[in-house]
Design a protein around this ligand. Structure first.
Ligand code: PEP
Ligand code: MN
Length: 385
C-alpha cells in the first residue's frame, strides 16, 4: 500500500450498521467521513484526512456487509484526486464534487454543477457607498437576467500589496460593510483571508474565503481554512505549476474540508515584461485541473489582464475553455476609477459585465451543445470507442 493512501468506500444502500462501524473506525483514526449519495443502489463514503491508520483496517472494511468496493487513491493529492485505483489497480474516475454557497436570499450557488457561476465585485471595499451601489446593481443584473442563483459578490477587506505603503484594505471595517450589504441584497460574499490567525474571527462571518496567489502556499493559512470548514476559492500561485497548486488544495482537504474551488488567475512568464500582459493566463490548465481533481475550476480574467478591455476578452475566452465560473473585478462608474486605490485599470464597467453575463447565457444555449459534441469526439477516442 502506498504511504498515505486515502480511501473511498462504495456501499450498498440499507446497511446502517456498516456505516456506523466505518464511522466509528474513521473517528478512531482521526478521519471524518463524507457520504455522497449516489444512484439508487450505492452511496460513496469518502474518508477524509490522512488515512494511513484507517488503511490498516482495509480488509476488515472490505468484508463488511454491503461494502461493494474500496478504492485507494494513487496521486499525491489524494483527497481531491479524480482518478483513483480500485483493489485490482484498475483506474476509476470519481465524479466532480460541486461546491455550494447559500445566500441570505435562500438561493444556493453551485460551482461545478454545469452552470457558469459569476463571482463579481470591486477589487476592494473602499466605502460603504461604493460597495452598496455595486452589490445592488449586481443583484439587479442577477434578477433581470434570471441568474441571481449564479451570482456571488466579492470584495477585498485585507489586500495583499506589493508595496507596504499602498492601500491594504479596511480590514474588519470592510467586513462590517460586507455583512450589511449581504443583508440588503441577499447575495453571499467572498473575501480574501491572508492570515491564519484571523480564520477564527472571519469564518463565522464570511460566506466563502479566497486565498490569493501570494498566499497560495502559506501552509498554515491553508490548514486553518481547512479546519474551519468554510468554502474557499484557492487561486493558483503565480509561480506554481499545476501539481503544486493541487497539493496546496490538498492541504485544505486533508483537514476535512472539500469545499474548494480552484481559480486560475495567470502565471508569471518571460512574456510579462513587455507590458501587454500583467500575467499570462494559462487557459490550458483549466481542463487539466478538471481532469485531475474532483474540484470545480474557475477563471479570473482580471488579474492577468491589467486593463479592462483584456478582461472582457479573457472572460469570453474562458467560456470556450469551459471554466466552471469566473471571478471578475468591476467598477460602477468611470468617475470612481481615479479614486480606486487598487487594480483600477482592470476594473470592468458593470454595464459591460452585464453584457458578458448575457453572452454567457447565449453561449450556454447556442454554442455549448456544439462544444459538447466536439468534446464527445475526443472523449470517445480516449475511451477507445
Ligand atoms: C484579488 O483578487 O484582488 C487579488 C489580489 O488577486 P490575486 O491574489 O490573484 O493577485
Ligand atoms: Mn484585485
Amino acid at each position: 500500500m502506498s504511504e498515505a493512501a486515502a480511501m473511498i468506500i462504495e456501499l450498498e444502500k440499507g446497511f446502517p450498521e456498516t456505516v456506523a462501524r466505518i464511522t466509528q473506525l474513521a473517528a478512531k483514526s482521526g478521519n471524518s467521513l463524507e457520504t455522497i449519495h449516489g444512484g439508487e443502489i450505492y452511496d460513496t463514503l469518502h474518508c477524509l484526512g490522512d488515512t494511513r491508520q484507517l488503511a490498516t483496517h482495509i480488509d476488515f472494511i472490505a468484508n463488511l456487509p454491503g461494502v461493494e468496493r474500496v478504492w485507494r487513491i494513487s496521486s499525491s493529492y489524494k483527497n481531491i484526486s479524480k482518478v483513483v485505483s480500485d483493489e485490482n489497480k484498475q483506474k476509476v474516475s470519481r465524479a466532480k464534487r460541486p461546491v455550494e454557497v447559500t445566500g441570505k436570499d435562500g438561493k444556493v450557488r453551485k460551482f461545478g454543477a454545469g452552470k457558469h457561476i459569476f463571482v463579481v465585485g470591486p477589487d476592494s471595499v473602499q466605502t460603504r457607498e461604493q460597495t452598496t451601489i455595486q452589490a445592488k446593481r449586481i443583484a439587479d443584473i442577477g434578477d433581470r437576467l434570471g441568474v441571481r442563483d449564479r451570482i456571488i459578490f466579492r470584495a477585498g477587506a485585507y489586500k495583499p500589496r506589493t508595496r507596504p505603503t499602498d492601500f491594504r484594505g479596511l480590514g474588519l471595517e470592510a467586513i462590517d460593510i460586507l455583512d450589511e450589504v449581504r443583508e440588503t441584497t441577499g447575495l453571499p460574499y467572498i473575501t480574501e483571508i491572508m492570515d491564519h490567525t484571523l480564520a477564527e474571527i472571519l469564518a463565522p462571518r464570511v460566506d466563502m474565503f479566497q486565498i490569493g496567489t501570494r498566499n497560495a502556499q502559506d501552509f498554515k493559512l491553508l490548514e486553518a481554512v481547512g479546519r474551519h470548514g468554510k468554502p474557499v476559492v484557492l487561486k493558483r500561485g503565480f509561480g506554481n505549476d499545476a501539481t503544486e497548486w493541487f497539493n496546496a488544495a490538498e492541504y485544505i482537504a486533508i483537514q476535512g474540508n472539500l469545499d474548494i474551488v480552484l481559480c486560475e488567475r495567470g502565471v508569471k512568464t518571460m512574456f510579462c515584461k513587455d507590458g501587454y500582459n500583467r500575467y499570462t493566463p494559462d487557459f490550458n490548465v483549466i481542463r487539466h485541473a478538471q481532469e485531475k481533481t474532483i474540484l470545480p475550476v474557475v477563471f479570473d480574467p482580471s488579474h492577468a489582464a491589467g486593463d479592462d478591455r483584456l478582461v472582457a476578452e479573457n472572460f469570453l475566452a474562458s467560456l470556450a475553455y469551459r471554466a466552471d465560473g469566473t471571478l471578475t473585478e468591476v467598477i460602477h462608474n468611470e468617475e470612481f476609477r481615479s479614486e480606486q486605490q487598487c487594480d483600477a485599470r482592470q476594473a470592468l464597467h458593470l454595464d459591460l459585465f452585464e453584457k458578458l453575463v448575457e453572452a454567457t447565457l447565449e453561449w450556454e444555449q447556442r454554442i455549448a451543445p456544439l462544444q459538447a459534441h466536439i468534446e464527445g469526439y475526443f472523449d470517445a477516442r480516449k475511451a477507445g470507442k
